[in-house]
Design a protein around this ligand. Structure first.
Ligand code: PHE
Length: 454
């Protein structure tokens, strides 16, 4: 199987293209929306240190493992796992790992698109000056009215899904690669601009830095450690086949280790920049860092509506969130699209249409779970909470665990060794130790935590 040198779906034109696309997949709502609020909820600096350790010790090795699986299989995650299982003469049930990834991507995208739709809607609100002079109660009622409107929820979700599919339908080079080439640099520029704005807040800027970077380990619970690890999975986009898919488009001669380190570093820098940009605004306006998932939508507009230059900063912020979500969304659906092309022998357009429609339909249900269907609850969660819970807390960790176990224990050593082609044997040994022992054990702990044993 190692002789498959390209994927039928296309190939990245260069190492840089792959890095941009994979960074686009990793950097998303997880970095800009979620990272700051969970740092806020978990006490700041100490949590950040644990998060960084998770990225380095577990995230990078699993990212390398997932990418190498993709490049060796060169197909959608489902067929890649089938091919590699045959190659390793392993139990055919391993290909369900590919299935779980495709289903997880589809489920994540259904709610991801709804939240990304909020970013779009809020770009419009920022543009039309809806936040001007509003106090916290006014901003909260803007948010509540928005959430309560089924039509608005469905409308913005539809726009976001359409934008996503319009990119995916163009394929690897002219869709995924071009969009990443365009959006990822814009994203960095916008973030740096926002950090520049935060710096003008002087004392609050330093207060923000202090909150993010001076660790107070007394604020760190065992729980926070596990939350940090779960976030590393979600933020790096591991465990569901997205990076496996992108690995399938990776030319043979490109180093998986180096690119994984660059992508993980870029993802981490963006999350930290988001924190550096957001916390000074939070502190300068007397808001609380531990405000939870609503931190961005319920509180930042207060800042945007009341500060000089708030109009343009507000627009920039939500545009940034939208772009970040878009380049992640395309990676969430690509595994399903390629599988449809391979298994159903349809063209890309038809595959996009069906997978897009299916995701859209589930997304409509998620959008309505905030309002007309909010009474429908399972395990005390509405549909949004349920899908988020099942994917982030169960499917991604299980996927990451299985990937580490497959590559570490099932795949032949010479295959993973030749795929990684590391310059030093001790680098390979370190990586192997992590995928065989550290990463699976760590994920197992997250899992025990999620099911409430720990
Ligand atoms: N990493 C993305 C984010 O941080 C989300 C994502 C998860 C993308 C899983 C791909 C796979 O928003």
């Amino acid at each position: 199987m190692a002789d498959i040198t390209t994927s039928q779906h296309g190939q990245w034109s260069s190492r840089f293209a792959f890095i941009l696309a994979a960074t686009g997949s990793a950097v998303g709502l997880g970095n800009i929306w979620k990272f700051p609020y969970i740092v806020g909820q978990n006490g700041g600096g100490a949590f950040v240190i644990v998060y960084l350790l998770c990225v380095i010790g577990i995230g990078i090795p699993i990212m390398m493992a997932e990418t190498l699986l993709g490049r060796r299989g060169r197909h959608s995650p489902i067929n890649t796992m089938e091919i590699l299982t045959t190659e390793a003469k392993a139990d055919p049930n391993w290909h369900y790992l590919g299935w779980m990834g495709v289903v997880a991507g589809f489920l994540i995208l259904s709610y991801y698109s709804v939240i990304a739709g909020w970013a779009l809607a809020y770009t419009g609100k920022a543009f039309f000056g809806s936040f001007f002079g509003e106090n916290p109660a006014g901003i909260a009622s803007i948010y509540d009215n928005f959430i309560a409107s089924p039509w608005q929820q469905v409308f913005w979700h539809t726009i976001f899904m359409t934008a996503t599919m319009a990119i995916v339908v163009r394929g690897v080079e002219s869709g995924l690669e071009k969009s990443a080439r365009f959006f990822v640099p814009i994203l960095f520029v916008l973030l740096v601009l926002l950090v520049g704005y935060a710096m003008t807040k002087e004392t609050y800027y330093f207060q923000g830095l202090h909150f993010l970077f001076s660790p107070d380990f007394s604020k760190l619970s065992g729980d926070s450690v596990l939350v940090a690890m779960g976030q590393a999975f979600f933020s790096l986009g591991l465990g569901m086949g997205a990076i496996m898919m992108y690995g399938a488009y990776l030319p043979k001669d490109i180093s998986i280790a180096k690119t994984s380190i660059i992508i993980a570093a870029a993802d981490t820098v963006v999350a930290l920049l988001a924190g550096i940009a957001i916390f000074p605004i939070v502190f300068a306006n007397g808001l609380t860092p531990a405000d939870g998932p609503g931190l961005i939508f319920k509180t930042l507009p207060i800042a945007f509506g009341n500060m000089t230059g708030g109009w343009i900063v507000g627009i920039l912020f939500f545009v940034l969130l939208f772009f970040a979500a878009l380049t992640s969304a395309v990676s969430l659906i690509e595994p399903a699209v390629t599988w449809l092309i391979e298994a159903r022998k349809v063209d890309r357009y038809t595959a996009c249409l069906w997978s897009g429609l299916l995701t859209w339909a589930l997304g409509v249900a998620v959008a309505l779970s905030f309002n007309v269907w909010s009474g429908f609850k399972l395990f005390n969660q509405n549909l949004f909470g349920l899908v988020d819970y099942v994917t982030s807390n169960l499917m991604l960790p299980i996927g990451g665990f299985c990937i580490a176990v497959f590559v570490g224990w099932i795949m032949k050593q010479e295959d993973s060794e030749s795929e990684l082609a590391l310059s030093q044997p001790h680098f390979y040994k370190m990586w192997k130790f992590s995928v065989c022992y550290i990463a699976p054990a760590a994920v197992f702990l997250v899992f025990l935590h999620v099911v409430g044993v720990l």
